[in-house]
Write a protein that binds this ligand. Structure first.
Ligand code: PLP
Length: 431
């Protein structure tokens, strides 16, 4: 488990990311360096990722079917990207890597391949709740241990093809015991899919050691915001299913009367693929594969602890948490403050302090309902570029708000909180 580092030890970011010196305007005048606390929604690009994309652009070309030099380079780069993803997640030789647009796309793809019913928890992001065609939703219990028992009971109560579960909650950051859940699923005759959208940027993944059958994540949450995601997993269901999209690239041979589809991954990648997105994602995977994830866990755990310590005594502030018996949480701290709407807090942090957080229900409406926050919360999410100075700015800003010392007026218009007057954006501003 991660130890607690001091503020000095967390003063430097763990990696160079784009936008780290971005200056943003404040509503009361002047500029400040932007504090990005919205990594869980979309993370900034690693500098190695932007460098790699820029370096590839001159040889960017069609893949698989071109004879030109640039086409051969692009094809090699696209196919090699699968190896980087495979290494990053610890996939076995027999597992395939399918490139998609994002986690949602990957989950929808797999949902079309599952030959039976799927069991999910009610704590999931909508992307892992809605695509499953024949699903049973288990309501999480008050402890993780009890929740696992409920899952076992449901999985074994009738034939189930798949347990689809998140690796880490996008609302509370709590990490689920994936190896134990894989063992449970297999014992009950089911396979397991892990939605690693929030886990992959924060913890080392080892799907072979954990016994995971399918894993999905998004490039834009893994410091590679170039429009690619992945589905990694066993090929048999993928090869037996209808292609995700019908079209060129997914076939071996077509006549007017018949189509011979290719096996995965090509079967589910019809059309011209996102070569640069795949290369960007592969570069992020390579960089993260070489990273010391214990250090990542220590860094974000110390920063999260600093936020909790700084905000813990704020009147009316409550942190959201699902279970008391979860040993590990990724760098997400979510809270509400009595007397303030989440959108109002987020608008104030942005307008007066140049701090970007997320507010709302985080595409997890059932979970927010069960946490007693049907109108939402404020989520602070950390990443490789976060520092103790960022945290101190956040704590200072929230304390100033609660002390009644905000400088501006905020008004809710059509469901969105805005500073009034808004001085930061001129109508002619180019964005
Ligand atoms: N799953 C989880 C846990 C998420 O946090 C998210 C996005 O926030 C998704 C799935 C959907 O990811 P994407 O929007 O990249 O498809």
């Amino acid at each position: 488990m991660a130890g607690v580092l001091t503020a000095d030890e967390c003063a430097a970011p763990l990696a160079r990311v784009s936008g780290s010196d971005l200056q943003v305007p404040l509503v009361q005048g002047g500029n400040r360096t932007y504090v990005n606390f919205d990594y869980a929604a979309s993370a900034p690009a690693l500098s190695q990722v932007t460098d790699r994309v820029a370096a590839l652009l001159p040889t960017y070309s069609s893949v698989h079917r071109g004879a030109g030099y640039a086409s051969r380079v692009s094809t090699a780069c696209y196919e090699k990207a699968r190896e980087s993803v495979s290494r990053f997640v610890g996939a076995g030789e027999d597992q395939v890597v399918v490139f998609t647009r994002n986690t949602t796309d990957s989950l929808n793809l797999l949902a079309g391949c599952v030959p039976g019913s799927t069991v999910v928890l009610d704590i999931e992001h909508h992307a892992n709740l809605l695509p499953w065609k024949n699903s049973r939703v288990v309501r999480a219990a008050d402890t993780l241990a009890e929740t696992v028992q409920l899952l076992v009971a449901e999985l074994c109560s009738r034939p189930t093809a798949l347990l689809a579960v998140t690796g880490a909650s996008n609302v509370t950051g709590e990490v689920l015991p994936i190896a134990a859940l894989a063992e449970v699923a297999h014992r009950c005759g089911a396979r397991i899919l892990v939605d690693a959208a929030q886990l992959a940027p924060h913890r080392r993944i080892d799907i072979e050691a954990w016994g995971v059958d399918y894993l999905v994540f998004s490039g834009h949450k893994l410091y590679a915001p170039f429009g690619a995601g992945v589905l990694v997993g066993r090929p048999d269901w993928l090869d037996a299913a209808e292609p995700y999209l019908a079209g060129g690239g997914a076939v071996r041979n077509v006549t007017v009367d018949s189509t011979l589809w290719a096996p995965a991954p090509a079967r589910h990648e019809a059309g011209t693929p996102n070569v640069l997105g795949a290369a960007a994602l592969a570069t992020a995977c390579d960089v993260l594969s070489d990273l010391d994830f214990d250090r990542v866990a220590e860094h974000e755990s110390a920063l999260s602890a600093r936020i909790r310590a700084g905000l813990g005594s704020v009147d009316g502030l409550e942190f959201l948490r699902l279970w008391a018996d979860v040993p590990d949480t990724v760098g997400i701290v979510t809270f509400t403050i009595d007397g303030f709407e989440p959108g109002e807090i987020a608008a104030y942090l942005s307008a007066e302090h140049g701090i970007g957080v997320r507010d709302g229900r985080f595409c997890a409406h059932p979970l927010l309902e069960r946490l007693g926050r049907p109108t939402g919360a404020v989520r602070v999410s950390l990443g490789l570029g976060s520092t103790s100075e960022d945290v101190d700015r956040l704590v200072h800003a929230v304390c100033t708000l609660v002390d009644g010392k905000r400088a501006w007026i905020y008004v809710k218009e059509e469901g969105q909180w805005n500073p009034v007057p808004e001085t930061r954006f001129s109508p002619d501003a180019q964005v």
